[in-house]
Design a binder for this molecule. Sequence first.
Ligand SMILES: CC(C)(COP(=O)(O)OP(=O)(O)OC[C@H]1O[C@@H](n2cnc3c(N)ncnc32)[C@H](O)[C@@H]1OP(=O)(O)O)[C@@H](O)C(=O)NCCC(=O)NCCS
Length: 149
Amino acid sequence: MSRIAAVAVSRLHRLCFPDDPWDPPAVTEVMSIPGFFGQIAREGKIWAGFALALDLGDECELLSLGVLPQWRRTGIGAALLRSTCLLACGRGADSITLEVAVDNTAALCLYERSGFTVAGRRANYYCRAGRAVDALVLRRRLVTAVPAT
Ligand SMILES: CC(C)(COP(=O)(O)OP(=O)(O)OC[C@H]1O[C@@H](n2cnc3c(N)ncnc32)[C@H](O)[C@@H]1OP(=O)(O)O)[C@@H](O)C(=O)NCCC(=O)NCCS
């Protein structure tokens, strides 16, 4: 993902997370963190989703994942997650972690189906319309395949 993509990611983020929009400078700042990697999903000429992640060494963290409402349930979220896990594997990470609100049914279903399990809980982590919501910390172990010789 090039830095020029910050504007596109910002737009996608705003449409996917209307309660927590990230403006282009905020996205640029995230993209400048050492170890950042990310992807944008394209459907034809339309940028339909994104995944932002951070390489922390032994572990990678999925910072944000979103798919435009009109493109949901078409497999884009799962594809972005799969390819983020593959990129994390390629970077030598043993696992990938993320935080998700306890009431985010769609994301929880996607992550559970993709092999993530609960590793912890952060109380009152999100604030939505003045209401505190807990976050679950999810982790998936990554298996690295090496060529058989
Ligand atoms: C969570 C999100 C990224 C899923 O993206 P998506 O492209 O719709 O997901 P997929 O089409 O790849 O779905 C894969 C599987 O996840 C599960 N899933 C996805 N959305 C679901 C929903 N609304 N309800 C129940 N299960 C759901 C299903 O098992 C689905 O497989 P199926 O369609 O064969 O039943 C999307 O809903 C989104 O952008 N939400 C707003 C932003 C957000 O909450 N991001 C996650 C923050 S942690």
